[in-house]
Design a protein around this ligand. Sequence first.
Ligand code: GLY
Length: 314
Amino acid sequence: MPAKQKRIAIVVHGGAGEDSEFLRKHKKEYEKGIEKAMNAGYNVLAKNGSAVDAVEQAVIELENSPIFNAGRGSALNALGQVEMDAAIMDGKTMNSGAVALLQNVKNPISLAKAIMLNTKYRFLGAHGALDYAKRIHTSLEPDSYFITEYQYDEYAKKVKEEFLDTKEIALDEINQRYHGTVGAVALDEDGNLAASTSTGGTPNAKEGRIGDSCVIGAGCYANNDRCAISGTGDGEFLIKSVLAHSISACIAYKKMSVQEACDYVIFKENKKIDGDIGAICLDKAGNIGIAFNSERMIRGYKATGKRPFIKIYK
Ligand code: GLY
């Protein structure tokens, strides 16, 4: 039996984007939320749990919190409904599971994991995903559980603006101004990597809009030989830049470190992109890469040999 590798690490994020009055007012709660998620993931790893279980537990904490845009607290679409996307990827097997346009499932990330582990599929959407959730007795919640006062106010404000403003507000413009996502990457004692990403999408988006979070290679990617990545920001741009896979390709083919790869893809390769993008990245040596071009990215990590770290702004 090869000796166990002892280095463990978890990195989490609660979304990149613009600063806001809401965020400044609730800064402490955001920091506490990230700390709780970090600890939940780290506790799994410390008990010799898998990287897959660690990234699931970290994201469950963020999905259960009403202040992050995922699970409870998800943004409302143009019809005032919640539609959630999530994905998880195991760097050891490179298997993944994803859900899109999901309603009423308390923890989309756990459903994505169940799809990865227990079905022949990689991606289930809308009513098919909900039907599978019911069959496996996943926790469900009524619509009212997901709709927070903050997200309802954001929705109502946009509806009012659209009707009262003489200047028409384009959907694209709305999408670019408000977004959020949560995610985690982890390294376990056996040297395995995993990534998870979950979101309520962008406020007032057209119903049926799907972002990057559930798209493997864009908002989520893990490969033991390269790294694990969770992306955040304007989903349309993350899809356009195939963000997560591009970062991993820089590590594989250009022999960059995880930090160099994040910086290269976000600040050089995509410098002409007029949108917010961010990523957290981890390799199997426990090296951490974090980069974002937005005003803030709520993020934190806990890792062997490193001081726990939590930060919101640059
Ligand atoms: N990054 C989340 C989304 O655009 O849906």
